[in-house]
Design a protein around this ligand. Structure first.
Ligand code: C2E
Ligand code: MG
Ligand code: MG
Length: 437
């Protein structure tokens, strides 16, 4: 068992990776857990990096104490640790490791005058005995962690190791997709869009989820990809659109005046039925189309194609707003922006999430704010995970935004409940400050 005096002696991502790679050439039976300290950036922001590092060191030492006999620890990035455990394990065993961890962190960590309770997101994966590809194992652990972060009921996720390449994974999904439709496995979730000064909920982004019978709640990435390649994107897209319109009416009937944002894939805009369908759904669900916003990625919204330009102007003529999603992430054709009318510019989350790492992120957000002002477009941000992010965006003057600090995407009923109470952001911090007695 090792005791670390600082973070320096903990193997970093590269060393940790290399150790596992060597281990896998001898014996590939092992499990990998990615342990993310929930909302740690708030701690560093409030108490400084030195205190933050001391707390991380204590966390690392506790994990060593708990698992040092059967595994070893590395630091994947700032507040994410990796733990590799010898042998293969069932889902139940992996869950036991997680419970063991959580149990032992219920005791507060005391550093200087403060004490903290740490909470974790954990993604776990048992390697396939025949897989010697360490990159693949890391990628699987990463996606398990992503699922854990967004899980509804607990911050733990494990999945079967799939050694197959991503393309064959999406082929498998294609066959699943028909069934998903037939069995009504798709669900629309809602992530609140918040007015940053007042923390009022002013809208919601509709995000697709798939209640997979074996894999649990799945994120839309692979599903959209499969729908695209299976020529089912329009079907999925219209399903989403109609659900979104129906929920808009539902919220309205409950007295809520919310803007509902819907993601639209490029394929959908190339369908000549798109505008008629929008009208049809609007009439059917009695929707005031001024309350609807369509989100397009910048390659579509800023494209020079006549077809998309025409479709977009017809959509706008109906009263619908157009937003450029993930602004700044892809290839932004700034020259085209001059001639377009855009209602909203949505700054990509990587700039927000990177605010503490590099000054240029803040500069990019400030520049976007300037462009938005000149174009009379609203500027909104995604990926607001910490109080520090919130404060910086307020300083820059960004009016609205969304992110895990407020809430992840929720099923309809839970979202409605959320709108019925005040968002208390400070209190929901995973690190609660307690006085040491
Ligand atoms: P997007 O439109 O940029 O959606 C925002 C994504 O960021 C969502 O991921 C959301 O859960 C995630 N997110 C929100 N707040 C935070 C945060 O604070 N931190 C971090 N790290 N992430 C945050 P999700 O749900 O996995 O969606 C991924 C993408 O899939 C969406 O990106 C969108 O492009 C696409 N998508 C989702 N639903 C639909 C749909 O119904 N139709 C189409 N065409 N695309 C969709
Ligand atoms: Mg979006
Ligand atoms: Mg986005």
């Amino acid at each position: 068992m090792k005791t670390h005096m600082s973070l320096k002696t903990i193997p970093n991502r590269h060393i940790f990776f290399d150790n596992i790679r060597k281990e896998m050439t001898a014996d590939a039976s092992l499990s990998l857990m990615f342990i993310d300290v929930v909302r740690f950036s708030d701690v560093s922001a409030s108490f400084g990096y030195e205190t933050g590092d001391q707390i991380l060191t204590v966390i690392a030492n506790r994990v060593e104490r708990l698992f040092g006999k059967i595994g070893s620890l590395g630091r994947i990035s700032g507040d994410i640790f990796g733990l590799v455990i010898k042998g293969t394990h069932t889902d139940a065993q992996l869950r036991e490791f997680y419970m063991h961890l959580i149990e032992h962190f219920k005791t507060p960590i005391a550093v200087q005058d403060h004490s903290f309770i740490a909470d974790f997101n954990v993604g776990a994966i048992t390697n396939d005995r025949n897989n010697r590809d360490t990159h693949l194992l890391f990628a699987r652990a990463e996606s398990a962690l992503k699922q854990a972060k967004e899980n509804r009921y607990e911050n733990f996720f494990t999945m079967k190791f799939q050694g197959k390449s991503d393309s064959s994974r999406s082929l498998a999904l294609k066959a699943d997709l028909k069934r998903a439709f037939a069995k009504d496995e798709l669900e629309l979730y809602f992530q609140p869009k918040v007015e940053l000064q007042t923390l009022d909920i002013v809208g919601a982004e509709c995000l697709l989820r798939w209640n997979h019978p074996l894999d649990g709640v799945l994120f839309p990435g692979a599903l959209i990809e499969a729908a695209e390649s299976y020529n089912m994107m329009n079907e999925v897209g219209y399903w989403v659109l109609e659900k979104a319109f129906a929920s808009f009416s539902y919220f309205k009937s409950k007295g809520l005046d919310l803007q509902i944002s819907v993601n639209i894939s490029p394929t959908q805009l190339y369908d000549t039925q798109f505008v008629p369908k929008v009208k049809e759904f609007g009439d059917k669900h009695n929707v005031d189309l001024k309350g609807i916003e369509l989100e397009l990625t910048e390659d579509v919204a800023l494209s020079n194609s006549l077809m998309t330009k025409r479709q977009l102007s017809q959509v706008r003529a109906l009263g619908i707003s157009i937003a450029v999603d993930d602004f700044g992430k892809g290839y932004s054709n700034l020259a085209y922006m001059r001639d377009l009318e855009l209602d909203t510019i949505k700054i990509d989350k990587t700039f927000v999430l990177g605010l503490e790492d590099k000054d240029v992120n803040r500069a990019i957000i400030e520049a976007t704010q300037l462009i938005g002002k000149a174009m009379k477009s609203e500027v909104t941000a995604e990926g607001i995970e910490s109080l520090n992010h919130l404060h910086t965006l307020r300083e820059i003057g960004v009016k609205t935004g969304q992110g895990f600090l407020f809430s992840k995407a929720l099923p309809l009923d839970e979202f409605y409940e959320l709108t019925q109470r005040d968002l208390i952001v400070g209190d929901s911090l995973a690190f609660r400050q307690r006085s040491v007695s």
